[in-house]
Write a protein that binds this ligand. Structure first.
Ligand SMILES: Nc1ncnc2c1ncn2[C@@H]1O[C@H](COP(=O)(O)OP(=O)(O)OP(=O)(O)O)[C@@H](O)[C@H]1O
Length: 818
């Protein structure tokens, strides 16, 4: 529409021709030319009539251009709809912004264009004309026709309120007269421009065009004013005619004199004729323009209708758009809620995914391990399969070989079957005999059980007889053991063992005989004991003879084994053994403990249980020392001898160790040997006069019969029997008394003295119960075979012979040879 209005505004209105007088006509032509120049400057930018000497051809060209521009433009409803859509889009964009939404809604139909393209508000007059457009449009056409009317038309202008309003407010005083006519022409142009505005443009551009056109007309008036200062000046009139001719590109006439009024009139008429021709041409053009304007106006009306329809559509769409916006807002809120919910679900799913990923990783690792295991097993199985395949090949070859042999075997089989049949007959016969043998076996087993019962009874009888034999042998027995001498350089005494039973020993006078103890007159000293162990005898040989005595300790007999002999004769070795070659050199004490444990174990079937406790003390200088004390034997702890009513002697305060196993006796002996060695190292003579006593207390209890037994097995390592050196010291008497007291005890027992001096010394007091009641005593006298020890050996043997004659209790003492 703007372009249409612009085209309308470019219509060059014909100048209102005033034919009343030449000066007014000329002024009119000038005004028209100025208006046309202003409009052309406005729309084309080319100055047509702006300068003197511009030809009419140019003006005509400008008119032709104007007419081309007045060609009806194609309607652009699509562009208009597009613009509406753009406006709607802009509105939607604004509406999305809550801050601008109310403004957009409130704007209503006034905001049908983008902000930058909004229509400029029409002036009140234009708005008014817009509402009364059909009414105003007719005057427009009328004006156009009037404007294009031939120049001889007397009517000048049609004044409308719009043209009045557009009239310049001020007019220079010098141009009042000229403007009277010029303003009429100008008003015509303004009327056309106003009509353009009323015809539907209503735009600010048209108003501006009107103003600019008026301004240009005023400028043209101003320019033309000097030449129109007065109509009465002939020179001035002539010059104006020349200027007009020059402007109209007409041939210049010779300047007429002032008095040549007729000539001048003739020129004016010619000029007028030319102008009329031009005006007729313009009128034709204007008619065609009017025709086009009418068609454009009709199109404009159609477009207006379309525009109204589109506006209503836009209004409905905007309402719908607002509704959609509300829905969109609610939907966005729902989407945000759903998005938050989805975010939480995603986080939970992520955590779950991580947990499952970790589990999957662990599972993968475990599966990897299992896969490795399976692969290794598969590899192993593959190896085995290959091996079995090879074996299979071998077996196949073997099978083929065996198949060939099978035939041979089958023939042999037939022969064997015959043999089997015969054998089965034999087997049947033998089964019958086996049945009879099984019956015989049952009879035999019954007989064996009866025999075992008899054996047990016989064992009981044997034990009774054994004790009787021991009693008959004397309950004090004496063995003799000769120390082995390993050194070949040592001079040995002549020792003979005349009897085969090993009970006699004869000390013979050797090369260096003739000493005081063995006078030459007596060349031999025969001794008889219960057993004589030669130098070659072993610890096992000795224990073999002692084991029966040890066994009686489990039958409530107090057994005392005394080791007697000179220093270094082997007393400790016999009792405790040696660490070297421990098993063979094991002494009587560990062997006895081991035997007791074995017997106790065998007695468990008879519901007997035993406990073994051990004490190891030293009697030195009439004092008792605890050899198992961890503080050493010389501890200040005092040990006292206690005699119980049941014939039991104990040492109160001495360390008692329970022997729960045979191994413990070894540790016990080591502890005692260590303490004794330490004590003897402090006093050199101590080892010569100390007596070591190991007491093994055996307590038994029968769980079934509630019987109990208690006995002691005592091992005494007596002080050496060497003749004490006559040093005259005080201790000699004490030490001699300790040994002499033991000798006195034996003498009293041998003489059946009613009073046995047990309490004369600590040693005899401790051994008191070993001499009384159901007690058994064994003395093993040790002698050295060395020639230089012959006197001590003879003395020890004579002392042992005295003891061998003793009898404990009322049992009659057997005599030699009985
Ligand atoms: N039957 C034997 N076989 C081999 N070696 C023996 C035998 N008897 C004793 N001996 C060795 O003789 C040495 C002295 O023995 P042992 O110490 O037992 O004598 P002893 O009579 O106890 O001496 P003492 O009275 O001075 O203590 C020890 O080295 C011991 O190993």
């Amino acid at each position: 529409m703007e372009q249409l209005n612009r085209s309308v505004s470019k219509i060059k209105p014909p100048a209102t021709i005033v034919r009343s007088n030449s000066s007014s006509t000329l002024a009119t032509i000038q005004a028209v030319a100025a208006a046309a120049q202003s409009e052309n400057e406005l729309f084309t930018g080319n100055r047509i009539f702006g300068s003197q000497g511009t030809s009419n051809t140019t003006a005509n060209k400008d008119h032709s251009l104007t007419l081309e521009m007045l060609e009806p433009l194609p309607p652009k409803p699509v562009a208009g709809i597009k613009r509406k859509a753009e406006e709607t889009t802009g509105a939607r964009q604004l509406t999305r912004n809550p801050s601008t939404r109310p403004a957009l809604v409130a704007r209503g139909t006034a905001t049908k264009k983008p902000i930058g393209q909004q229509r400029q508000p029409l002036p009140p007059s234009s708005q008014q004309q817009r509402t009364t457009r059909p009414i105003v449009r007719a005057p427009l056409q009328t004006q156009v026709r009037q404007a294009t009317r031939p120049a001889n038309t007397t009517t000048t202008t049609t004044k409308t309120p719009q043209t009045r309003n557009m009239r310049p407010s001020r007019t220079p005083p010098t141009a009042v007269r000229a403007s009277t006519t010029t303003n009429a022409v100008t008003r015509g142009a303004r009327t056309i421009a106003g009509s353009r505005a009323m015809s539907g443009a209503g735009s600010l551009a048209i108003s501006r065009t009107q103003q600019t056109t008026a301004a240009k007309a005023r400028a043209a008036q101003t320019k033309s004013m000097p030449s129109k200062s007065t109509d009465d000046d002939p020179n001035s009139a002539n010059s104006n005619v020349s200027e007009i001719l020059a402007k109209l590109n007409l041939p210049q006439k010779k300047k007429r004199a002032a008095w040549d009024t007729k000539g001048r009139l003739q020129d004016m008429e010619e000029l007028t004729s030319s102008l009329n021709q031009m005006l007729s041409k313009s009128t034709n053009n204007m008619n065609s323009i009017s025709t086009k304007l009418e068609s454009n106006t009709a199109k404009y009306s159609e477009l207006e209708l379309v525009c109204h329809g589109l506006e209503s559509t836009v209004t409905a769409k905007e309402t719908e758009h607002e509704e959609l916006l509300r829905k969109l807002a609610s939907t966005e809120e729902e989407l945000e809620a759903i998005a938050r919910k989805h975010a939480e679900e995603i986080r939970s799913l992520q955590s779950q995914y991580l947990a499952e990923t970790n589990q999957a990783t662990l599972l993968e690792e475990r599966l990897q391990q299992e896969q490795n295991t399976v692969q290794s097993k598969l590899h192993q199985v593959s190896g085995e399969l290959e091996q079995q395949t090879q074996e299979s090949v071998t077996l196949r070859s073997t099978v083929s070989t065996q198949s060939s042999n099978c035939l041979a075997f089958e023939s042999d089989n037939r022969a064997l079957r015959l043999k089997i049949e015969r054998t089965e007959e034999v087997v049947l016969q033998r089964d019958a005999s086996i049945g009879s043998l099984e019956q015989t076996l049952c009879d035999s087993q019954t007989f064996v059980r009866e025999l075992q019962q008899k054996i047990r009874e016989e064992e009981m009888t044997r034990r009774k007889l054994f004790n009787s034999i021991l009693d008959l042998k004397s309950n004090i027995r004496v063995f003799c053991r000769v120390l082995p001498i390993a050194s070949p350089e040592a001079t040995l005494a002549s020792i003979q063992y005349p009897d085969l039973e090993g009970r006699d020993i004869v000390l013979a006078d050797g090369a260096e005989s003739g000493t005081e103890t063995l006078p030459r007159a007596k060349k031999t000293l025969p001794f008889t004991f219960d057993k004589v162990f030669q130098s070659s005898s072993t610890q096992a040989n000795v224990f073999e003879e002692v084991s029966q005595l040890v066994q009686s300790a489990l039958e409530e007999s107090n057994v005392t084994i005394l080791a007697y002999g000179q220093s270094g004769s082997g007393k400790t070795f016999t009792l405790e053994g040696s660490q070297d070659n421990a098993d063979q050199a094991m002494g009587l004490i560990p062997r006895s403990v081991l035997q007791l444990f074995n017997t106790i174990k065998s007695q468990e079937s008879n519901e007997w249980s035993y406990t073994l406790e051990g004490q190891y003390i030293e009697v030195y200088n009439e004092a008792i020392h605890d050899l198992l004390n961890t503080e050493g034997p010389d501890s200040t702890k005092t040990l006292e001898i206690q005699h119980c009513s049941k014939g039991k002697t104990t040492v109160a305060g001495a360390t008692t160790i329970e022997l729960s196993s045979p191994d413990k006796i070894v540790a016990l002996l080591k502890t005692a040997a260590h303490n004794l060695s330490a004590a003897k190292s402090r006093r050199e003579e101590r080892h010569l006069h100390s007596h070591c006593i190991f007491t093994l207390r055996v307590s038994g209890k029968n769980v079934m019969t509630a019987d109990s037994s208690e006995s002691t097995l005592t091992f005494v390592d007596l002080a050496p029997s060497d003749r004490p050196p006559e040093t005259g010291t005080k201790d000699i008497g004490v030490l001699s008394r300790s040994q002499s007291c033991l000798s006195d005890v034996f003498l009293a027992i041998a003489n059946k003295s009613p009073q046995v001096p047990f309490r004369n010394s600590k040693l005899t007091s401790l051994l008191q119960h070993g001499f009384t009641g159901n007690s058994k005593m064994l003395m093993i006298v040790h002698i050295s075979p060395l020639q230089r020890n012959i006197e001590d050996s003879a003395r020890s043997l004579r002392f042992a012979t005295k003891i061998n004659s003793c009898v404990i209790g009322a049992t009659p003492r057997r005599t030699k040879g009985s």
